[in-house]
Ligand binder design. Sequence first.
Ligand SMILES: [Mg+2]
Length: 367
Amino acid sequence: MRIAEIHIHKIDLPVKNGPYVMSGSEVHALDSTVVQIVTDSGLIGYGEVCPLGSNYQPQHALGARAALCELAPSLIQQEPLKIQVLNHLMDSVLEGHNYAKAAIDIALWDLLGKHHDVRVCDLLGGALTETVPSYYAIGVTTPENAAEIAVEKVAQGYRRLQIKIGGRPVEYDIETLTKVYEAIGTDAQIVADGNRGMLSKDVVLFSRACKDIPMAIEQACNSITELVSIRPQLAHPIYIDENSEDLSVVIEAAGKRLCDGFGLKLSRLGGISKLRTARDICAAQNIPHTCDDSWGGDIIAAACVHMGATVTAKLNEGVWIAEPYIDGHYDEDKPIKVEGGSIKVPTGPGLGVTPNPDKLGPAVHSF
Ligand SMILES: [Mg+2]
């Protein structure tokens, strides 16, 4: 079996009840890229990458499509089931741009599963659960509103809430977490996520003022250096998210115990192949982590869910998908969605998602 065609689609995903507010940005709509790999046997694999705007990380949507156009010609006529070989090939053609390579890698895993008639989670060692926990991210908002949403989400079944902080005087963040904790107590695990937007002095003030709130603080400062420098002064465990740019960072941070947990993202690391390795590194070091992506539709959501289903329960911090924040699905028959705070693992072969061609629209680039 050989790769016969590659098609790249651009899909607009408006944010429902937006904007989605983080410390450094407001997000009103997302620009997702879907990759379709067509083989000479007729099998089709799907991948997706959807950077969270252009200032969340170095990745951006136009960069993803440009990098995919750079990669695609080399992949035509290659054997799609040799995923590792094709990952090496991609690295030889283009330096970096893990996020674009992730879309190809995901599509190759989808093809491998379809070829063998098994699910991606089973290719990854087998699902430990058929229902993975999700978590809800509450954007930067007033203390009262955050507490109200927290109560609503706990009632819906969420057992982990991420509260966005930063980008404003730290007193508001202290009040926000205080109000949220007063409202939900220990009914859900709480994580305060600064999305790199806070000064180290404010993180110290925040943690000390909230010392009685059981929570983790995620990626509050811009760099690992800042996080490590203030860690002895904090009352809370810290998680690294945006700084886990590639496997080498995860290996170093896990090996040196620079953090207590990770927010791991498929596209940032380079796809399912790389996240599988990160999962195993975290298991070896007993470090909890999520299996997320920044945004996107059913394809990237399915990939995250398959991955999350293979993480041992004590280390599984959940799978975040964008579905609660966007309207519609690529596959209305087998949509990936959060219900009661968790997500069912798709049942079909591969990713278990078959996008409706009308939802993808015409390809913007074809090879
Ligand atoms: Mg985060």
